[in-house]
Ligand binder design. Structure first.
Ligand code: PHE
Length: 349
């Protein structure tokens, strides 16, 4: 079952409306459509429908049956066979099968996640795939070098030539080897993308393994936009407030905060059972509070020395991007949250 607050976000098409995500998308497209940057012009493939099969989102990508990302606490299942895609990698096989060798695909992705200023259950990714004749990329180093130079060029195209870049090894079931890229901003290293050499079993499933080898990457677009435009809260991507949208109407801008309305804090405390999963609580809060939820934070985690039970206390920060909140309206929401939390394996205090 897809909760109503998620369902109403489907079809919002933020990538196609004026705003920071469309600007970032355009920069990425510009870079990859230039033959000189990447050796080929990349096709831009649509993937408008975020509902994909479990097969495409997980099985086809060699993600093991017991992988945590498959759990109902992490992924939105429509039914046993259909999910809201958790990443744009879900389209790799279908597009390679369709005969595409170099392509980008942009899309909205969905994950049950904890709630804070940089995590939101709906976000956007771009997937990039590049296949190349095996006889030319005859050593693994050649593919790796092409991948890394291409992505370093992309990041310089977006952030300017002096951006500092660091590569480290990573793990994804569908690429081997895999890497993550970090960039340095204000003395902090931030992870911005995952990538790797496409696993040969994936190419085999497309009948492409004899002639081709290749690489793939995935980038979270909100992350890039928040860094580039200094957007402090991920909920702002969803605001319809002109004070936000007008700042990005004519292209690049550094975000100028307009008056920030005061927050309202509410705490909730309960004993948890073994089967309790934090994401379920976050989902309840998000479902009831919607975009008024700024953050849900575990502020106390304590296990009773005698009976061994664990108590969690969460602080919920309510704040609107656009207006002041009243205590009465928040109390109503908080009451609903308390009631629904009782459906979880918990004992309220
Ligand atoms: N799909 C991965 C993610 O969402 C990113 C990725 C894409 C990694 C392609 C490797 C290759 O985290």
């Amino acid at each position: 079952m897809i909760p109503p607050n998620i369902e109403e976000k489907i079809g919002a098409r933020l990538l196609y409306k004026p705003g920071p995500l469309r600007l970032i998308k355009k920069k990425i497209e510009d870079y990859f459509s230039n033959y000189h940057n990447v050796g080929q012009a990349f096709a831009i493939m649509g993937s408008d429908d975020p509902y994909v099969s479990v097969q495409a989102n997980f099985d086809d990508l060699l993600i093991p049956e017991d992988h945590p990302s498959r759990a109902e606490t992490d992924t939105f299942y429509k039914d046993a066979k259909t999910v809201l895609r958790t990443h744009t990698s879900a389209h790799q096989i279908e597009l390679i099968n369709g005969g595409h060798l170099h392509f980008l695909t942009f899309g909205d992705c969905y994950r049950k996640d904890t709630v804070d200023s940089s995590h939101y259950p709906v976000f956007h990714q771009v997937e990039g795939v590049c296949l190349h004749p095996k006889h030319e990329w005859d050593t693994p180093e050649k593919a790796e070098k092409h991948l890394k130079t291409t992505l370093e060029g992309l990041v310089k195209h977006i952030f300017g030539p002096s951006i500092q870049i660091k590569w480290s090894t990573d793990y994804f079931p569908f690429t081997n080897p895999s890497w993550e890229m970090e960039i340095c901003l204000d003395d902090r290293w931030l992870e911005i993308l995952g990538c790797g050499i496409i696993h040969p079993d994936i190419l085999k499933r497309c009948g492409a393994d004899e002639y081709y080898t290749g690489w793939a990457f995935g980038i979270g677009l909100e992350r890039l936009a928040m860094i580039l435009y200094q957007i402090p809260d991920i909920r702002l991507f969803w605001t319809k407030d002109e004070r936000f949208l007008s700042q990005f109407a004519d292209g690049d801008a550094v975000f100028q905060p307009y008056s920030k309305h005061p927050p309202v804090y509410k705490d909730i405390s309960f004993w948890i059972e073994d089967a309790y999963h934090e994401n379920d609580f976050h989902a309840i809060v998000r479902n009831i509070g919607g975009d008024l939820i700024e953050e849900v934070k575990l502020i106390d985690n304590f296990t009773h020395p005698k009976h061994g039970k664990t108590n969690h206390t969460y602080r919920i920060t309510y704040r609107s991007m656009d207006r002041s909140l009243t205590n009465e309206e928040i109390n109503l929401l908080q009451d609903q949250i308390r009631k629904q939390t009782l459906q979880l394996p918990v004992g309220l205090r």
